[in-house]
Ligand binder design. Structure first.
Ligand SMILES: Nc1ncnc2c1ncn2[C@@H]1O[C@H](COP(=O)(O)OP(=O)(O)OP(=O)(O)O)[C@@H](O)[C@H]1O
Length: 579
């Protein structure tokens, strides 16, 4: 893949230069929970990355603060195609931002919060080599500096502990990696038994301790980062108010790096096991962060009725942070998640994962934000609405609605075969095949998004509810499979050897999304019905799928084996097979 990117750098730059958001992300009118802030830090390209000639693939959107575009290049059989993704965060720090900027805009609020008895937590999340350790170690100094010198009200004693958590084993980095135990007492309070707490009084002392801890951090080479951390680094600052014996806590957590698949393939079983453990703990962490924030926005009535549970017992990391996540703990919590990304095109895939992870942590407040069902779905458009949309959205030159949809509704247009759709588009002088194809993909994307958005309202977002490809009309289940093939259906199919090689299909289950009937006829020697389909490819999460609308092909009904039900999972933005 890297060679493919390198071979097409100038095409990539041209396409990115021409990129205009097709459907701009709506202005972020949503109100998110005040107990969590999600930031993105895009680190600069490093010297070796510049030397390798990989272009930048991650761009903060200048006119829409908080929106980040990521551009990937896909190896389409006709020619490489640019595929762009937009993600929303609360704050974005571009390559020129300093850690002081990150501190001022995202982290500084945690300091008075913890000073006054709350629990403030920062998580730095991201792929290996994306800048987590670089950022967290500088933040540790900035935070302690403010605690020690910022003249906040009252007197406090500050105690520093720095530990390393690898799998279920914890080590004290301020005692030369001495093993320590994570224990829960009979009151359910978690303790780091054996860990030292340093009563710190000056920033110089803190700097020395941080350097000492860094030198004991577990690291192993991965392809991505020669000094990669495979463990979670936890820096805890306990802030004790001696006047009333109360205390607040500040956690700065440098999470283990999430690796890309190509890194994994180069390592042995031991590293694979570690990788699995890291991913599992990151996934539990996501559920706990979201769970706790969702509990915070529930009314007392709702809490009583639903008795919410946050799954903090499922990993060692979240057990250590029990008082951050346990709704019963009663302590006020504020969380900041900083998603770190490497902007290189070579790392585009893990960068998408990181931003998707971060985006799912933004919890919308009930009753505000996305309260509508999103834009009106194309399936419900009248002919006048359809014509209006075509003339405003079909690119340059605009495709004439009189040629494409002289009569008929949005539903009718979605039922056209691809060739009919494209030939109608090309009746407009100057419209190329590529423009027609891209415009058809855009219409289908809108159709699919409109289905998703009905499942992305506040309540479903909170529960992660899904959109399903299942036929709404249950009576159709009795109709034989070949007779109920319909647009939108997901099918498993048996490709020919030629299809396998043109589409680059690997072993395993082959799925396709049926888009429209293709003309029956001479080009099909078997004479049966053929369908234009989009590729359903494996997603970036285990067992997940993505629909690649831009990778279209035609298959015979005879090649289709059976219907598969895919469900769209809002938080992860991926499809999963329904059981
Ligand atoms: N904002 C930045 N400015 C300059 N260099 C940076 C920046 N962020 C990171 N780097 C450099 O990038 C490299 C990788 O950063 P770092 O070690 O912090 O990554 P990481 O995400 O902690 O990786 P891992 O998960 O493998 O530990 C380091 O050489 C670091 O100095």
């Amino acid at each position: 893949m890297e060679q493919f990117y390198l071979n097409n750098v100038s095409l990539y730059d041209t396409l990115v230069g021409r990129f205009r958001p097709a459907i701009p992300v709506k202005p972020d009118t949503t109100t998110t929970s005040p107990s969590i802030d999600v930031g993105v830090r895009i680190r600069p390209l490093l010297n070796d990355e510049n030397a390798a000639d990989f272009p930048c693939a991650v761009f903060p959107r200048l006119r829409q603060p908080g929106v980040v575009d990521i551009h990937d290049l896909y190896n389409h059989p006709r020619k490489p195609v640019l595929k762009s993704f937009a993600y929303q965060a609360d704050k974005v720090f571009d390559q020129g931002a300093t850690t002081e900027d990150v501190y001022d805009d995202l982290v500084a609020d945690l300091v008075p919060y913890a000073w006054n008895g709350g629990i403030g937590t920062l998580f730095a999340y991201g792929q290996t080599g994306s800048g987590k350790t670089f950022t967290v170690s500088q933040l540790e100094e900035l935070v302690t500096e403010s605690l020690l010198e910022n003249n906040l009200d009252g007197e406090r004693e500050i105690y520093l502990t720095i530990i390393d958590l690898a799998g279920n084993s914890a080590f004290d980095l301020l005692q030369s990696r001495k093993p320590i135990s994570v224990l829960e007492d009979s009151f359910g309070v978690t303790h780091l038994a054996g860990a030292d707490e340093h009563h710190v009084k000056s920033k110089e002392e803190v700097r020395t301790l941080i350097e000492q801890a860094a030198s004991f951090r577990l690291s192993a080479p991965t392809l991505r980062n020669d000094a990669s951390s495979r463990s979670h680094g936890i820096c805890r600052l306990r802030i004790k108010n001696t006047a009333d014996n109360s205390e607040g806590i500040l956690y700065l957590i440098d999470l283990a790096g999430s690796e890309a698949a190509r890194d994994r393939s180069a390592h042995g079983l031991e590293r694979m096991k570690e990788y699995k453990e890291i991913n599992m703990s990151l996934s539990v962490l996501k559920d706990c962060i979201r769970g706790r924030v969702e509990v915070d926005v529930m009314s007392t009535e709702e809490k009583k009725r639903r008795r919410p549970r946050v799954p903090f017992r499922q990993s060692a990391l979240t057990r250590i942070l029990k008082h951050v996540f346990d709704p019963e703990s009663g302590q006020a919590c504020k969380t900041v998640v900083l998603a770190c990304v490497n902007p290189s095109l070579a790392d585009v895939s893990p960068s998408k994962n990181t931003l998707r992870y971060a985006e799912t942590l933004r919890v919308l407040l009930p009753g505000v934000g996305e309260t509508t069902d999103g834009p009106k779905p194309p399936m419900t458009w009248t002919n006048a609405e359809l014509k209006d949309w075509i003339s405003k959205n079909s690119g340059t030159p605009p495709i004439s609605p009189e040629f494409l949809a002289p009569t008929g509704s949005g539903a009718r247009l979605l039922q056209l075969t691809a060739s009919e759709f494209e030939s109608r588009c090309m009746k407009t002088p100057g419209v190329t095949f590529e423009q027609a194809m891209a415009f058809r993909s855009k219409l289908w994307q809108l159709h699919i998004d409109s289905k998703k958005s009905r499942n992305t309202s506040t309540s479903t977002r909170a529960t992660g509810a899904m959109f399903s490809s299942r036929d709404q009309d249950a009576t159709n289940e009795k109709v034989p499979f070949q007779k109920r093939i319909r647009p939108g259906m997901i099918v498993s199919w048996e490709p020919s050897a030629e299809q396998c090689s043109t589409l680059g299909l690997a072993d395993g289950l082959k799925l396709a999304a049926v888009l429209s009937p293709e003309s029956v006829g001479n080009d099909n020697p078997a004479g049966g019905q053929r369908y234009r389909c989009a590729l359903v490819a494996e997603g970036e999460l285990p067992e997940a799928y993505e629909i690649h609308l831009w990778r279209q092909f035609v298959i015979d009904a005879e090649q289709m084996e059976q219907e598969a039900i895919l469900e769209y999972d809002v938080p992860t933005r991926q499809y999963f097979i329904a059981v």
